[in-house]
Design a protein around this ligand. Structure first.
Ligand SMILES: Cc1cc2nc3c(=O)[nH]c(=O)nc-3n(C[C@H](O)[C@H](O)[C@H](O)COP(=O)(O)OP(=O)(O)OC[C@H]3O[C@@H](n4cnc5c(N)ncnc54)[C@H](O)[C@@H]3O)c2cc1C
Ligand code: FES
Ligand code: FES
Length: 486
């Protein structure tokens, strides 16, 4: 049985299809049609809702795309919809500000904007434009224009004071804490392969896999749910990995940054950026805020998509991954995990368990560049990540990895080896870029021609060299983030 709070109402689902989305549930079953469907693929934000969840720091609200979130994943949580924001006939401050700033015209996108701003209102984000843009990165509006919406958001953040939700926070925490959330399975059916399972330990996960070997893993479902909403495929058996102890936590120690495969990007952000702050823009450009609130490294690696943004970073950092099953585990370099177009070396019964990043080496340099048509929420034409460990200005170690260029993430060991020992500041970078370009044979597709991809990748290498060797004005412009495109 799946139990959650729909606004303030306790809900129990006993016989709901495993792959029913939150959006379907809200509109069709609960009759709450304020939440809209635009794209059904996580791109437009019309379906944004806020989910409240008990964490060690108390109740936390986050936005997500209800169109690509399975309703059973709400187990033990609270889902807030736009209908619930008006209290005693009074608009919530974010709604009131949107009205006063003329932040809505046709209004179709408005519930999604309201919910993203509500999540922002209840976050610790500073009242700054960057925070507003980040919170709204997953919301498209086609007729208002963004300025009035951003103005409304800034005003409400600057004048933020408590709201009705702050007053009921403790009560909600207690209600969620007492909620009976069953473990295995949530939707028992006559057919043992049909269900939505939420194992809490690795042992339970292994047992579930044994009894339902054809079930699919679901973490954030930001990729998986599209099989249903875009390809009309039913997903009868789903194993939710986000509650498995160990898969949902980050451990930082002397041996590395160990990130459970089902930790969301939003949750791994602090640990990643503490050691590798240069990855901040790359992370900000991975999907949108609601996508990062749900998407995971395990899901990104699990898709083995050629346009996945995390393999280039992980490979360039020399990350490793633990693959586990009921019979044991093995640890391999991330570079060896992906074996072909959308193929990994995962065996039946295995899951991606933990990603291990090395701790920051003093003096090392990292840059993660993403080239795409839109700044955020867009697919990489090229994702290029460069990592350098210098020793007395000579190259001790250099690793570069690229996404969007071929059927799999790409790295060039021979080219890397040719640079080892060279004096980095005086390196003939034109020659190194020419050799890099010669080794690339990128794809030609709707996003860009092969020629463009070669040129841009070689230019990114030159940019990396420039940024790590020059301290003049040009380099500062690049480092300030003013220049987003090579
Ligand atoms: C609007 C939108 C924007 C996006 N933008 C980007 C982007 O900028 N860059 C990018 O790289 N991706 C992007 N994505 C794709 C997606 O968000 C990411 O790939 C994300 O990391 C997937 O993680 P998830 O937890 O949601 O995976 P899920 O959808 O839950 O799973 C994806 C696949 O991996 C499998 N899987 C999940 N976890 C595991 C595990 N631990 N072990 C084995 N298999 C597993 C699942 O069975 C499924 O086949 C975007 C998606 C959307 C909808
Ligand atoms: S309907 Fe467009 S993001 Fe969900
Ligand atoms: S108000 Fe019409 S799409 Fe935003």
């Amino acid at each position: 049985m799946t139990t959650f709070l729909l606004n303030r109402e306790p809900i129990s689902l006993t016989d709901t299809d495993p792959d029913m989305t939150v959006l379907e549930y809200l509109r069709q079953d609960a009759g709450l049609t304020g939440t809209k469907e635009g794209c059904a693929s996580g791109d437009c934000g019309a379906c944004t809702v806020v989910v409240g969840e008990n964490t060690p720091d108390g109740l936390r609200y986050r936005s997500l795309n209800s169109c690509i979130t399975f309703v059973h994943s709400l187990n033990g949580k609270q889902v807030l919809t736009v209908e619930h924001l008006v209290r005693n006939g009074e608009l919530h401050p974010v709604q009131d500000a949107l009205v006063r700033h003329h932040g809505s015209q046709c209004g179709f996108c408005t519930p999604g904007f309201v919910m993203s701003l509500f999540a922002l209102y209840h976050s610790e984000a500073p009242p700054q434009r960057e925070a507003v843009l980040s919170a709204l990165s997953g919301n498209l509006c086609r007729c208002t224009g963004y300025r009035p919406i951003i103005d409304a958001a800034l005003e409400v953040l600057q004048q933020r004071h408590g709201d009705a939700f702050d007053l009921e926070r403790e009560a909600i925490e207690a209600e969620l804490g007492q909620m009976e959330t069953s473990v295995l399975p949530n939707t028992p059916k006559a057919d043992p392969s049909v269900g939505f399972w939420q194992p809490r330990t690795r042992q339970e996960l292994a047992k579930t896999l044994e009894s339902a070997p054809d079930a699919r893993f679901s973490a954030g479902s930001t990729d998986l749910a599209l099989e249903k909403t875009q390809s009309s495929r039913s997903l009868h058996g789903l194993i939710d990995l986000t509650r498995v102890e160990g898969l949902n936590s980050v451990i930082v120690d002397d041996t590395g940054i160990h990130i459970g495969a089902a930790v969301s990007y939003s949750d791994l952000e602090p640990a990643l950026l503490a050691d590798y702050p240069e990855a901040a823009e790359w992370l900000e450009r991975l999907g949108s805020r609601p996508i990062r609130n749900r998407g995971t490294l395990g899901g990104n690696l699990g898709t083995a998509s050629p346009i996945g943004d995390t393999p280039p970073l992980l490979i360039a950092l020399g990350a490793e991954v633990t693959l586990a099953s009921g019979h044991g585990e093995r640890r391999i370099p991330v570079a060896e995990l992906i074996t072909g177009y959308r193929r990994t070396q995962l065996q039946a019964g295995e899951w991606i368990d933990t990603v291990h990043l090395p701790r920051r080496r003093p003096g090392s340099e990292l840059r993660a560049y993403k080239i795409s048509k839109r700044f955020e929420d867009d697919i990489s034409t090229v994702c290029a990540v460069f990592y350098l460990e210098p020793d007395d200005e000579r190259v001790a170690e250099i690793r570069a990895a690229f996404g969007g260029l071929a059927a799999t993430p790409l790295w060039l060991p021979d080219w890397q080896a040719s640079l080892v020992g060279q004096h980095w500041p005086s390196l003939d970078i034109e020659e190194a870029a020419r050799r890099l370009a010669d080794e690339l044979a990128p794809i030609d597709d709707v996003r860009a021609s092969a020629r463009y991809r070669v040129r841009v990748t070689a230019n990114l290498l030159k940019r990396f060299h420039l940024e790590t060797t020059r301290t003049d004005q040009l380099s500062r412009v690049f480092n300030s983030g003013v220049a987003h495109h090579a």
